[in-house]
Design a protein around this ligand. Structure first.
Ligand SMILES: Nc1ncnc2c1ncn2[C@@H]1O[C@H](COP(=O)(O)OP(=O)(O)OP(=O)(O)O)[C@@H](O)[C@H]1O
Ligand SMILES: [Mg+2]
Length: 252
């Protein structure tokens, strides 16, 4: 299996009120192409920080992060920005959409930088993505005219428009009810089946249970992992139970 992300011996501290907090303590993690990884752990355990350092959104104090053949820890800011925009997709708890643009314009906006002359092609692609997601009729609405779940589905379309190799999600279902959360998960599962690697941070055992490998963090370290394998047609109740059980063990 080919490595897509390789983080080795990552250390990261933050200074708050003159005190230095060690947020990542010697964390090593390898993600392989096509994997669907979930990261769980108590609040403050370093999940978001891990996601930010592995995606080059934040720097490390020491250690190394590689993305395919790029050594992210040695890239300059401009190069990192290009890599993130062209090869990675990001989905957060709330999609940061501009209020004065329509849904479809928000989706194509980040790509205009690289493809200024291809507005028509980008718009067609965005429309296709929206249609596949079941919200094709919402393309020309403003962001306040759609529900939170619909906006998040559009957020995933935005993350997908450049055909990224990997999608990073930081609690992408955290603000949604369980029905909308499952629609988002279905969208991620389909994307993963088509070959895109996915790494999601989540507090929700049912969300993690649909991934194929769950990493458990505590106090800035990965303390355990659960290998679930790809989700097939079997009921997810049993997987959710396994995740919950492991989560309770880790938190003790
Ligand atoms: N920019 C920052 N400056 C100072 N401290 C920070 C910063 N970002 C994170 N931290 C601290 O680092 C620790 C880990 O934060 P992180 O956001 O990675 O946790 P998390 O596991 O994602 O938590 P949650 O589940 O609440 O989102 C916390 O103690 C947090 O307060
Ligand atoms: Mg977080």
């Amino acid at each position: 299996m080919k490595k897509i992300i390789d983080g080795q011996r990552i250390h990261k501290s933050f200074t708050a009120e003159k005190e230095s907090i060690k947020v990542l303590r010697d964390v090593s993690v390898t993600i392989y192409e096509g994997e669907f990884i979930a990261v769980m752990g108590p609040s403050g355990s370093g999940k978001s920080t891990l996601l930010y350092t592995l995606s080059g959104m934040d720097t490390v104090d020491s250690g190394k992060v590689a993305f395919i053949h790029h050594n992210l820890t040695e890239c300059g800011e401009a190069e990192l920005a290009d890599i993130r925009r062209q090869q990675m997709g990001f989905v957060f708890q709330q999609p940061a959409f501009l209020k004065n643009l329509t849904i479809i314009d928000n989706i194509i906006l980040p790509s205009m930088r690289d493809n200024r002359k291809q507005v028509k092609a980008l718009t067609n692609k965005a429309q296709q993505l929206l249609e596949r997601t079941g919200i094709g009729d919402l393309a020309d609405r403003m962001t306040h005219q759609v529900s939170g779940g619909q906006l998040q589905r559009a957020g995933i379309c935005r993350a997908l428009i450049n055909e990224p190799k990997i999608i990073f999600g930081d609690e992408p279902t955290g603000a949604l009810n369980s029905k909308s959360a499952q629609e988002i998960m279905d969208q991620f599962l389909q994307t993963n089946q088509e070959g895109t690697t996915i790494m999601l941070v989540t507090h929700d055992a049912k969300v993690a249970a649909q991934s194929e490998r769950v990493l458990f963090m505590k106090d800035g370290q990965i303390v355990d992992e659960l290998q679930l394998g790809k989700l097939s047609n079997q009921a997810i109740e049993n997987r959710t139970e396994r995740v919950t059980k492991k989560m309770l063990q880790v938190e003790m």
